[in-house]
Ligand binder design. Structure first.
Ligand code: FES
Length: 149
């Protein structure tokens, strides 16, 4: 069995899933649909989760490589959708279609959790791997700054 912890809950998964990307384990096995499939190639950031606290492309992480690790998905970012970033996202009216936003939020949450100064440069660096086809970038930056205040 392959053991992982997701949002504080322990799971034991079949060895048959060893080469399955974490993204599909989360979505299909654990029914956590908030983590999105975009490109499947590690390019878009839609599948971003935290793995052992670091922002990670779930489409690029085989379950075997996640064994023994701790995963946090958008469903586990807060108890009631009240993470400062989630509140700021609403206050700044960030999403348009919304598809990329879970990944955007997880990358932003990793930046805030890192304790690094939050400024234009650090936001740009932290968010550079997350693509938004609706072009919500300006609102994302404002929401991150709002949450960091
Ligand atoms: Fe993983 Fe695009 S779906 S980076």
């Amino acid at each position: 069995m392959i053991k992982i912890q997701v949002n504080g809950r322990n799971h034991e998964l079949s060895q048959d899933l060893a080469s399955t990307p974490l993204l599909w384990v989360l979505r299909d096995k654990l029914k956590l649909k908030g983590t999105k499939f975009g490109c499947g190639k590690g390019l878009c950031g839609a599948c971003t989760v935290h793995f052992n606290g670091n922002p990670t492309r779930a489409c690029q992480l085989p379950l075997s490589a996640a064994s023994g690790g701790q995963v946090r998905t958008i469903e586990g970012l807060s108890e009631n959708g009240d993470h400062p970033l989630q509140k700021a996202w609403i206050e700044e009216d960030v999403p348009q279609c919304g598809y990329c936003q879970p990944g955007q939020l997880m990358s932003a949450a990793a930046l805030l959790a890192s304790g690094a100064p939050v400024d234009d440069a650090s936001i740009r660096a932290a968010m550079s791997g997350n693509i938004c086809r609706c072009g919500t970038y300006g609102r994302i930056v404002r929401a991150i700054k709002r949450a960091a205040d």
